[in-house]
Design a binder for this molecule. Structure first.
Ligand SMILES: [Zn+2]
Ligand SMILES: [Zn+2]
Length: 362
């Protein structure tokens, strides 16, 4: 017989969970495993609210396991380490991103691409090696095998750094892998949300010329003056789009709603690449001739491996790259979710778990 979430492990834990597809979050008592030989246990201090959390609590992708404790931009302070742990010690600041496990034996795992392992285990609403459900960072404590722990650099703020663990690596990895953001390259960033705004910062730091492509002309001054983009295109403005045709080496598309792709393909030079990292819940459509005529590529990318995630956070610390955030208290998480659904945030909510979760305990 399966045990309740509160009884299946020896260590008590407390978080906020959604119980059904209303997505409404409320206090939830559950449990976490004992600290194993290779495990790192930490007190959660901050957790970003990712668009995936919103999709997942409402089961919009169809694979949510309820109750779900979301959160995969988790930062905290180490409280216990297993005897074989070498990476960190008690008191260190650490993070966990989108995954907490993989097979560690396949070709992808052996190439530091655990994120593409067929047996990769997501940080929440996934089945762990022992068959129990994984719970994410909207909770007071977290535990992970040290392989899935990121060391947080000294000068990286914990709150504004947290979103880099998903949003940051999700844009950094394709910018690097597809060679989109190198000196001399012109890259377009579509969508100026949680992912897009950090993509602009990384692409600039990597040396590219950066154009933000957005439906909203209101974001122009923000993109140019605050985030440091070189130019700005309003995707609904035909004249602007026409004059930018064939000028980009690559485009990183971060939009997670269904949207037209053909106009973006037109912006690419011949042999250019459009890389999708947003996850619309319905298929996108485009005519194939737009690819064949210019030998263009449409590709996708899903966060990044642990080695690259560490590289990303160290690079971000060196170049003072953080997310633009609005910090909220645990009790206000549902309001934050509603605002996120309306894109009413600049640009990422981060929950102050460390200071505000205890007072919500029943
Ligand atoms: Zn995410
Ligand atoms: Zn594997």
């Amino acid at each position: 017989m399966s045990k309740s979430p509160e009884e299946e492990h020896p260590r008590t834990a407390f978080g906020w969970a959604a119980r059904d597809k209303s997505g409404h979050l409320s206090p939830f008592h559950f449990s976490r495993r004992e600290t194993g030989e290779e495990d790192v246990r930490f007190k959660v201090l901050y957790c970003g609210i990712c668009h995936s959390d919103l999709h997942s609590v409402k089961n919009e992708w169809g694979f949510t396991i309820y109750p779900i404790v979301p959160g995969h931009e988790i930062v905290g302070e180490v409280t216990e380490v297993g005897i074989k742990v070498k990476k960190v010690k008690v008191g260190d600041k650490v993070g966990v991103g989108c995954m907490v496990g993989a097979c560690q034996a396949c070709e992808n795992c052996n190439n530091d691409l655990e994120n593409y392992c067929r047996k990769m285990i997501l940080t929440y609403s996934s089945k762990y090696h022992d068959g129990t459900v994984t719970y994410g960072g909207y909770s007071d404590t977290m535990i992970a095998n040290e392989r899935y722990i990121v060391r947080f650099p000294e000068n990286m703020p914990l709150d504004a750094g947290a979103p880099l663990l998903c949003a940051g690596i999700t844009v950094y990895s394709p910018l690097k892998h597809f060679g989109l953001a190198e000196p001399g390259k012109h890259v377009g960033i579509v969508g100026l949300g949680g992912l897009g705004h950090v993509a602009v910062k990384f692409a600039k730091a990597l040396g590219a010329k950066v154009t933000v492509i957005s439906t909203s002309p209101k974001k122009k001054s923000e993109a140019l003056e605050h985030l440091g983009a070189d130019s700005f295109l309003v995707s609904r403005d035909q004249d602007q789009m026409m004059s930018a045709m064939g000028t980009m080496d690559g485009i990183l598309d971060t939009v997670s709603a269904v949207h037209p792709v053909l106009p973006l393909l037109g912006l690419l030079k011949y042999h250019g690449k459009l890389v999708l990292v947003g996850l619309p819940d319905k298929p996108l459509e485009f005519p194939v001739f737009a690819l064949t005529m210019g030998r263009r590529t449409v590709a996708g990318s899903s966060f990044g491996g642990m080695k690259e995630t560490q590289e990303m956070i160290d690079f971000a610390a060196k170049h003072s790259i953080t997310a633009e955030i609005e910090v909220v208290a645990m009790k206000d998480v549902n309001t934050a979710m509603e605002r996120l659904a309306k894109n009413d945030v600049r640009y990422r909510f981060v929950i102050d778990i460390g200071n505000t979760i205890a007072s919500t305990k029943l």
